[in-house]
Design a protein around this ligand. Structure first.
Ligand code: ZN
Length: 536
């Protein structure tokens, strides 16, 4: 079967790889430690550049390139096995524009074929047309992630299949070094209601379900012959168990960020070429359990994917310090935010006691939600992204109308966020604060002072991440013209940061009802100004 051929190629590739290391070492930001571990980092300034650096590191040339959306994981995560089949790098694009670094890398590789993963909303028709001038383009894009994964799987000749959940990327990427090497396709399934086309495909396969029943139900599993390797669903344990089971004698370990998919997706080839499992870590700290696991594998080579924001220097220190000295190096990043600091960063407005929260209430750094406040009857709202989003009932019904209007205009609106619980907000704040305190204090509201906790705010985008230059995009323009007609206002406009306490956010819209939204739109006021809360 495929295995032999691939292994041979791999050995060849390894030789080239060793040669390339000596040649390319100057071009890659690379740190080596003489001590116990040989540690190397492959990174670029952005996710797109990191993918390019990985490609440069592993490929002298390639006939084929796999192109995936760098902000949206569902269509790309099953592409590693296909990429391995063609010995192809995985490069990243955004939905409507290919970054220059990606274009240049395709040229450097001397590629002839480009395989695009995902539908036209994931990587646009315009990009495909542009590439078709110079390359043979093929697209695997189904109606949704499940169909796309099936289309990709059908390209791989195999009696075996791994079935994972489409709701997260970690499991698919953790299995990808083994699946790529053995050419076993990865197929995505929802918890219930697996598409009949997927059932047909799986009917004559040996299916290994890598999820617990909470992720892929018994009802789904019952449709075909399958065995379930019930990985616990606890990410730390899953990382260790998958590494132990599918990477028995690794020659290296590949460390990547567990909260973001692009580095490990593009980095599949690094794991593949080094017979290495992925160990996915939080950016700032590695647990003692994972550290012990790394030590138990007996490897002395560690390759890090992504910059210091993805896998920090502190993690390297912890690994080098060893699990015995763990406590000395670990210093969990829970920060206590002093009230002084909050005061300094507060918006310069008067406090107004919030007695009853309504759709028109001001909530900001000075005016926090009462502790007792909860949102009832949250309603799921439509959008093109992969996460489920919820709003309070009135905001939800107005959103649905606006969303329908945007679809009529041919737009595909993604929500990056809508309702958040207080815990979500706390996590978001802590996470961002630990990465970049200054950014967090400028952009992220403190728990109980976010409009997202009211179920009245949405972060709108053209893909799964917070958008750049949003005002000038078709969706940005649509919102500027229409949002108020549905009761939504741009809440943190340019030039009003001192009043709102939040740096301009082109993506954050707040529902205040049609009447107030229209008035604010006409007068150009913020909510703080409307309620006359601005200090003289
Ligand atoms: Zn927001």
């Amino acid at each position: 079967m495929m295995y032999v051929k691939i292994t041979k190629e791999t050995t060849m590739k390894k030789k080239i790889f060793m040669l390339l290391i000596t040649l390319l070492v100057l071009f890659v930001s690379s740190i080596s430690y003489a001590e116990e571990y040989d540690i190397e980092r492959i990174s670029g300034k952005t996710r797109f550049e990191t993918a390019v650096e990985i490609s440069r590191h592993e490929f002298r040339s390639s006939d084929t390139v796999i192109l995936v959306n760098g902000y949206s994981f569902p269509d790309g995560i099953c592409g590693t096995v296909l990429a391995a089949k063609y010995s192809a790098p995985i490069l990243l694009s955004s939905a409507y524009k290919i970054p220059d670094c990606t274009k240049n890398e395709i040229i450097r590789l001397g590629a002839k074929n480009i395989i695009i993963l995902g539908g036209k909303g994931v990587i646009s028709k315009e990009i495909e047309n542009e590439l078709s001038d110079d390359y043979i383009c093929e697209r695997f894009g189904g109606k949704n992630r499940y169909e796309t994964s099936l289309l990709i799987a059908k390209e791989i000749e195999s009696d075996e299949v791994f079935l994972t959940s489409g709701s997260n990327f970690q499991k698919s990427l953790l299995i990808s070094p083994y699946a790529s090497k053995n050419q076993i396709p990865i197929v995505l399934s929802p918890k219930y209601n697996i598409p009949s086309s997927t059932v047909d495909y799986l009917s004559d396969k040996l299916v290994t379900i890598l999820e617990p029943e909470e992720k892929i139900s018994f009802e789904v599993a019952n449709n075909f012959y399958s065995k379930r390797i019930a990985f616990s669903g606890d990410i730390e344990q899953d990382i260790i168990d998958i590494s132990k089971k599918y990477s028995v004698n690794p020659s290296a370990i590949v460390l990547a960020n567990r909260n973001e998919f692009p580095d490990s997706l593009s980095g599949y080839i690094v794991a593949y070429n080094n017979d290495a499992p992925f160990i996915l870590v939080n950016p700032k700290i590695i647990s003692k359990k994972l550290l012990k696991h790394i030590e138990n594998t007996g490897v002395n080579k560690i390759i890090i994917l992504g910059g210091k924001g993805a896998v920090s220097k502190k993690i390297i220190k912890q690994i080098e310090g060893g699990s015995e000295n763990y406590d000395q190096y670990a210093n969990p990043f829970k920060k206590n935010i002093s009230t002084d600091m909050l005061q300094i960063r507060s918006n310069d407005v008067t406090r107004k006691v919030l007695e009853k929260i309504t759709i028109t209430s001001v909530v900001n750094k000075c005016n926090r939600l009462p502790d007792s406040y909860t949102v009832n009857n949250l309603v799921e709202v439509p959008h093109y992204g992969s996460w489920r989003m919820y709003l309070a009932p009135e905001a939800a019904s107005q959103w649905k109308k606006m969303f329908a209007k945007s679809e009529e205009a041919g737009l595909r609106i993604y929500l990056v966020d809508a309702f958040r619980t207080e815990e979500d907000q706390q996590w978001l704040f802590d996470y961002n604060y630990s990465n970049d305190p200054d950014w967090a204090l400028r952009y992220v509201a403190f728990p109980r002072s976010s409009e997202h906790e009211m179920g009245l705010a949405v972060d709108i985008s053209y893909d799964e991440s917070l958008p750049q230059n949003f005002y000038s995009t078709p969706i940005g323009k649509f919102l500027d013209k229409n949002a108020h007609k549905y009761g939504f206002i741009l809440r943190y406009p340019e030039g009003k940061s001192a009043i709102t306490g939040i740096s301009p956010e082109s993506w954050h819209y707040r529902y205040v009802g049609v009447e107030l939204a229209t008035e604010l739109k006409q007068t150009g006021q913020t909510l703080e100004e409307y309620y006359d809360l601005v200090k003289e």
